[in-house]
Design a protein around this ligand. Structure first.
Ligand SMILES: [Zn+2]
Length: 483
């Protein structure tokens, strides 16, 4: 089965074919780190994490780049207003970079808690000002930009495809401009590539146009090019950023390079809270740090995955509780299988049940192949759990089939969806012992590779005496504390 993805650029589902066989280059717009990470971020980055995990499951070597915006994101979409980082830093009486560092750490902490895979590269905008200046220079040289009073703007009339991604027309923006247009702009839809730093503006760099700072959109174009090339496979982001941010990225990159920018655009839908749009100005922003006092991180992750990534999802207490109960049923089955494994009799794999496992796996993968349909895939996991529960309830399944079941859950629920029990739920002593047990198992693997079976077995037996069961799987040894 081939993978099909909905491409916002063409507005249809297309077969996913990367530029280079076996390799995927992927960029996702990262957070602006001026405040705590909230549940809206979780919706976007958990969604993109499953895209990443599934591509890796399919065998692609993926390079995943996600920026950190620490300069240039203004409080106003029309290139006026204050830098969000500077504004908040002044309120908190800290250096802008101090603030950015605090909330960058907070972001990674929250994403780690939600079992979101870290990007391969997390470039900071402030660390790539030279690359951004180079891009602005290229756009000026090609006649796609103009300088005005120390700022540089992109000339949308020089780029007829402007508006293609978001489906907005330049004329509409002109007529319906809801904000006051800066008089130095030639056209209301022109956007800043470089902004002149007013006196007192802290984040500033020298440039051919005087001291200033880069516009928000140009960072993603410049950093995507630096780490992924002029044309790459996937660009992801939140639906609320399709305009102006993503639209401007496409315009800048394609105008500067003369080749297509991202080939597939994936946009995650928004998250509402009790039916209302979430926003800090609305006072209903839900921060991950606070939510984790009330809910298990895996329940939040599972809740997000129970709706399609492109759809809107409504956060409410009953919805999270219901998701937690559903996930509990899947976890219950996995735990029951692992408990039974410890005393299961040896035996051949039951062919009929193995066939049922294969069929469920195929259905799960078919759902994922259909534009990463995680809710569909979760539905298959529920079906699978019912089958496995009835197997466990009616007979004495042997080790062979239980291992097959365990392996299947590890791949589908663990590797792809990332919803298997996390160490967060484990007792503290177990968490602390983990590095030591892992080290012992690594030594045991080395002994086995050197055919020192006796010594290898002594490690296994010694761990068993300490109540740690070791199990060898095709992915390597796994351990658990015996119940
Ligand atoms: Zn971006």
């Amino acid at each position: 089965m081939a993978l099909f993805v909905y491409n916002s650029l063409t507005r249809r589902k297309e077969e996913f074919v990367p530029l280079e066989p076996g390799r995927v280059l992927m960029y996702v717009c990262g957070p602006t780190v001026y405040d705590y990470t909230h549940i809206g971020h979780a919706k976007l980055y958990v969604s993109m994490d499953v895209v990443l995990r599934y591509l890796r499951y399919l065998g692609y070597k993926v390079r995943y780049v996600q920026n950190i915006t620490d300069v240039g994101h203004l409080t106003d979409d029309a290139d006026a207003g204050e830098d969000k980082i500077e504004k908040r830093a002044a309120q908190e009486r800290v250096e802008p970079m101090e603030l950015a560092e605090t909330y960058t750490r907070e972001y990674f902490w929250a994403m780690d808690a939600l079992n979101v895979t870290r990007p391969d590269i997390s470039p900071r905008a402030s660390g790539h000002v030279i690359e951004q200046i180079e891009m602005v220079k290229a756009l000026l040289a090609k006649g796609h930009a103009y300088e005005a009073n120390g700022s540089v703007y992109f000339d949308v009339t020089s780029y007829p495809a402007y508006g293609k991604l978001s489906g907005r027309k330049v004329e509409e923006q002109e007529a319906g401009a809801r904000v006051e247009v800066l008089p130095e702009k030639r056209h209301p839809a022109d956007f800043a590539l470089w902004k002149r730093a007013e006196p007192g503006h802290i984040l500033r760099w020298p440039s051919p146009w005087g001291e200033g700072y880069p516009g928000w959109h140009v960072e993603c174009s410049a950093m995507a090019q630096k780490y992924l090339g002029k044309t790459f496979d996937i660009h992801g982001g939140g639906l609320e950023n399709i305009f102006p941010h993503n639209e401007c990225e496409v315009a800048q990159s394609q105008a500067a390079h003369g080749v297509p920018f991202a080939r597939y655009w994936l946009h995650a839908g928004t998250l509402t809270v009790d039916g209302v749009k979430m926003g800090k100005s609305l006072g209903n922003a839900l921060f991950i740090r606070n939510l984790l006092d009330q809910y298990a991180p895996e329940d939040i992750r599972f809740f997000i995955l129970t709706s399609h990534y492109r759809g809107t999802i409504d956060f409410s207490d009953p919805a999270i509780r219901a998701a937690g109960e559903g996930l509990g049923r899947i976890h219950g089955t996995v735990e029951a299988v692992r408990e039974r494994l410890a005393q299961a009799p040896e035996g051949e794999v039951d062919g009929a049940f193995a066939g049922r496992l294969a069929e469920h796996k195929a259905r799960f993968l078919a759902a994922m192949d259909d534009d990463f349909n995680a809710p569909g895939a979760i539905g298959v996991l529920f079906d699978l759990s019912r089958q496995v529960n009835s197997l466990l309830g009616t007979g004495q399944p042997n080790r062979g089939i239980l291992e097959e079941i365990d392996k299947l859950y590890s791949v589908l629920a663990g590797d792809i969806l990332g919803i298997l029990p996390l160490s967060a739920g484990a007792p503290q002593a177990q968490v602390e012992a983990k590095p030591f047990i892992d080290l012992l198992l690594q030594v045991r693997q080395e002994l086995r590779a050197a055919r020192q079976w006796d010594l290898a077995d002594r490690i296994r037996q010694g761990l068993s005496a300490l109540n740690v069961a070791v199990e060898d799987t095709p992915q390597g040894p796994r351990w658990k504390v015996k119940g």
